[in-house]
Design a protein around this ligand. Structure first.
Ligand SMILES: Cc1cc2nc3c(=O)[nH]c(=O)nc-3n(C[C@H](O)[C@H](O)[C@H](O)COP(=O)(O)O)c2cc1C
Ligand code: SF4
Length: 384
C-alpha cells in the first residue's frame, strides 16, 4: 500500500499505507478497521454509488486491510439515510460469509474476521472520524480530543484505522494490479484514479472517474458542457468546506497539490458548478444554514459563530445589511478558523471568506440596493 502512494479519499489525502503502519503490532490488544461511509459533505456523492453498484469491492478491501493491520473485527459506519446502500452492503456481507471469505478461519488461513454494517442516524459530524467512533460506541457523536489518536486509542480505546469507502474499495485493485499500475494513473504525488462528483449547471451531472490531476475544463467537457445559456461563475473543488474557485481556475489540476496551490482544498472532489445565473451570497447562506444545523455544539467558536453568521446573511439577503456586516463576517471567520475543535468549524468559513474574496461586489449589490432582496422580512425573524 505504501508503494502505491494511495492517499485517503475521505478529504484529507493522508497516505493510507503510513496510516496502517501506525497500528502497533504484538500489543495484545484487539485492533479494529472502521470504514467511514457517512458521506455527508454537501455535493459529495462518490461513496454511495460505490456501495450500491460495487459493494463487493468494499467488502474485499475490508478483508485485505483488516488482514494487514491484524484486525479481527471491522465496521462499516454508513450514513443513516443511505438505506438502499446499507441493504446492498448487508447482502454482500452475507454472501461473503456464505462463501467463507468472512468468519472463522477464512479459506483455511487461520485468520478470523467479522464485519458489521452499522447505520448511523444521519449527522454530518459523525463523518468526523472521532465523532464516528463515539457514535459507534453508542455515545452522542461528538469529536474527541486528540492526542491520543485512533491509531492507538480508537474504538473501545484500542488501535483503530478509520478509512473512507473510496480508500478501502481501491485496495483490491491495487493488490491485483500492483503499485506501478496504480501509479500509472494520476500525478506523481497524487496517484491513481478518483471519482469526481459533478453537480449543478452542467449538461450531464454525475460521477466521473478520472486520473487525479484532471482539470475542471476537461471534466465539464466530459459532462457535455455547461447547461445552455449558463456561463461558469464559481465552483467548489471538493465540497462546500473547500474555498470556492472561479472561471479563472478552469485549468487547475485537480489533485492535492494543484488545488492547494490555487488556494483551496481537493477535499472530496465534489465539484458543485454554479453559473452567472446563481448568486454566491445566497449559495453561501444556504451552506451556512447547513453548518449551523450540523454543528455539534461542543465548542464555542463553531456553535456561536455559525449561529450569528446565518443571521448576518439573512439580514444582507433581506436588503437590510450594511458594509460593517462584511467586516463582522470576516472577523467571525477569523475567530472560528483554527480555533474550532474539529474541521467542521474550519470548513464553514471556506465559502464565506472565499465568496467575499472573489464576489464582494455581489454582497455590496444587496447592501446598496442594486440586487432585489432574496429573503422577506418574515424570513428575518430571529435574525437580529
Ligand atoms: C465534519 C467532518 C466530516 C467528515 N465526513 C467524512 C465522511 O463523511 N466520510 C469520510 O470518509 N471522511 C469524513 N471526514 C474525514 C474523516 O475525519 C477522516 O479523515 C477520514 O475518514 C479518513 O479516511 P481516509 O484516510 O481514507 O481519507 C470528515 C471530517 C470532518 C471534519
Ligand atoms: S467545530 Fe463545530 S462540529 Fe466540531 S466540535 Fe466544535 S462545535 Fe462541534
Amino acid at each position: 500500500m505504501k508503494d502505491s502512494g494511495l492517499r485517503g479519499r475521505g478529504g484529507a489525502g493522508f497516505p493510507t499505507g503510513l496510516k496502517w503502519g501506525f497500528i502497533p503490532q504484538g500489543d495484545g490488544k484487539p485492533h479494529y478497521l472502521v470504514v467511514n461511509a457517512d458521506e455527508g459533505e454537501p455535493g459529495t456523492c462518490k461513496d454511495l454509488p460505490l456501495m450500491t453498484h460495487d459493494p463487493h469491492s468494499l467488502v474485499e478491501g475490508v478483508i485485505i486491510a483488516s488482514y494487514a493491520i491484524r484486525a479481527n473485527r471491522a465496521y462499516i459506519y454508513i450514513r443513516g439515510e443511505a438505506v438502499h446502500a446499507a441493504r446492498r452492503l448487508r447482502n454482500a456481507v452475507n454472501e461473503a460469509y456464505a462463501k467463507g471469505y468472512l468468519g472463522r478461519d477464512i479459506l483455511g488461513s487461520g485468520f478470523d474476521l467479522d464485519l458489521v454494517v452499522h447505520s448511523g442516524a444521519g449527522a454530518y459530524i459523525c463523518g468526523e472520524e472521532t465523532a464516528l467512533l463515539d457514535s459507534l460506541e453508542g455515545f452522542r457523536g461528538q469529536p474527541r480530543l486528540r492526542p491520543p489518536f485512533p491509531a492507538t486509542h480508537g474504538l473501545y480505546a484500542s488501535p483503530t484505522v478509520v478509512n473512507n469507502v473510496g480508500t478501502i474499495a481501491s485496495v483490491p485493485y491495487i493488490v491485483l494490479g500492483g503499485a506501478d499500475w496504480w501509479k500509472s494513473m494520476g500525478t506523481e504525488k497524487s496517484a491513481g484514479p478518483m471519482i469526481y462528483s459533478l453537480s449543478g449547471r452542467i449538461a450531464n451531472p454525475g460521477q466521473y472517474e478520472c486520473g487525479l490531476g484532471i482539470t475542471l475544463r476537461e471534466l465539464i467537457e466530459l459532462a457535455g458542457g455547461m447547461q445552455p445559456g449558463h456561463n461558469l461563475k464559481f465552483w467548489t473543488p471538493g465540497g462546500s468546506s473547500t474555498p470556492l474557485l472561479t472561471a479563472e481556475h478552469l485549468d487547475v489540476p485537480l489533485d492535492f497539490e494543484g488545488v492547494a496551490a490555487a488556494g483551496s482544498i481537493l477535499g472530496t472532489t465534489a465539484t458543485q458548478i454554479f453559473s452567472d445565473q446563481d448568486c454566491p451570497v445566497y449559495a453561501t447562506y444556504r451552506w451556512l444554514e447547513f453548518y449551523h444545523h450540523e454543528s455539534c455544539g461542543k465548542c464555542t467558536p463553531c456553535r456561536e459563530g455559525n449561529y450569528w453568521m446565518v443571521r448576518v446573511y439573512r439580514r444582507i439577503l433581506a436588503g437590510q445589511g450594511t458594509q460593517d456586516d462584511l467586516d463582522t463576517l470576516l472577523d467571525t471567520c477569523d475567530n472560528i478558523l483554527g480555533r474550532s475543535f474539529c474541521g467542521l468549524g474550519d470548513g464553514a468559513t471556506s465559502p464565506v471568506t472565499s465568496s467575499l474574496k472573489y464576489f464582494k461586489q455581489d454582497y455590496l449589490d444587496y447592501i446598496e440596493g442594486r440586487t432585489a432582496p432574496k429573503l422577506s422580512d418574515k424570513q428575518l425573524v430571529g435574525a437580529h
